[in-house]
Design a protein around this ligand. Sequence first.
Ligand SMILES: Nc1ncnc2c1ncn2[C@@H]1O[C@H](COP(=O)(O)OP(=O)(O)O)[C@@H](O)[C@H]1O
Ligand code: SF4
Ligand SMILES: [Mg+2]
Length: 337
Amino acid sequence: MTATYEAPGGVAAKAEPVLRLEELTTSVSDRAETRHLIQAVTLEVKPGEKVGVVGESGSGKSITMLSIMGLLPPKVAITSGRAVFGGVELSGLQERDYRRIRGSRLAMVYQDPMSALNPVMRIGHQIAEGLRAHGAGGPEVEATVLRVLGEVGIPDPHRIAQCYPHQLSGGMRQRVMIAMALAMEPELIIFDEATTALDVTIQAQILTLVRRLHAARNTAIVWVTHDLALVSNLVDRIVVMYGGRIVEQGPVGQVLGSPRHRYTAALLGALPDHRSTDRRRLSQIPGGPPKLEEVQTGCPFRTRCDHAVAACHTMPPAGYDDGGRSYACWAPVEGAP
Ligand SMILES: Nc1ncnc2c1ncn2[C@@H]1O[C@H](COP(=O)(O)OP(=O)(O)O)[C@@H](O)[C@H]1O
Ligand code: SF4
Ligand SMILES: [Mg+2]
């Protein structure tokens, strides 16, 4: 379906989504059984849109992103549904064809840049290799390397290009990862907990950088985090995941201003009160995340929800659409909180 969206500059435009997930289900299998890690995940990202994917640890955010990237761990695979990127069906794509897309049109920045960087290769060489793997050549490769290092705010690109990853700070390594992601001018960059390991000052710098790069290039962004407060100032739309399902999604102001799903409301209720002087008094949602076997049927939040009704235990909640936003809850929060 072709969607209408508000293009940057306020012009309504028709645009095919850059990414579309339709009822995507990814499962882990061993000899005894198959269990779903994410179930019926449906979402769209429009060109140039910034989408936040939030939820506690273990809610299925990374498995969703790795399903898109074609980088799932052993024994884990897409078992039903579709993932379509720029008109290309990703589910079932051969690795050879994936390599043409990954890095060039679709890039990902991880929490731990050390695991994604080659420790024995100089930074400049690594970025150049990536460019050459996608067909770039000649003297412009080196110029592009220096340009993207400059674009991510690295003060002396010539010197940093000669460094090995271990010679840089965590914040600098994350800038290098973003430079690598930008080098091929992809249509979509996924940031998976990209600033989680960094201290708050560096985190703020990286967020400012991402905002600036987005304003300059209009690359679509998916920002994955367990930190609702962090993402609320960055994205246009928010997707809330829990127990491997999307429980609510919509424009950031609506979802955070008047959450409908009981899990979204509980997440917001668990945010620290900035008026409080005692920062140790951070509340948490009572109870722990659900076990994998508990989320195979029914609402994944039912074991922690004060409003659960009989249907919540047996049936997945119906998806309600409230204009621009959807949520899947049998007993949603009514009206504004
Ligand atoms: N390789 C794997 N094998 C089996 N289960 C996995 C594997 N990787 C992740 N999981 C499980 O999948 C669920 C979702 O994990 P994940 O997507 O990493 O969560 P998040 O990124 O939201 O913290 C969790 O229950 C996790 O334990
Ligand atoms: S009311 Fe039911 S469907 Fe809604 S969050 Fe609670 S358990 Fe889930
Ligand atoms: Mg994760």
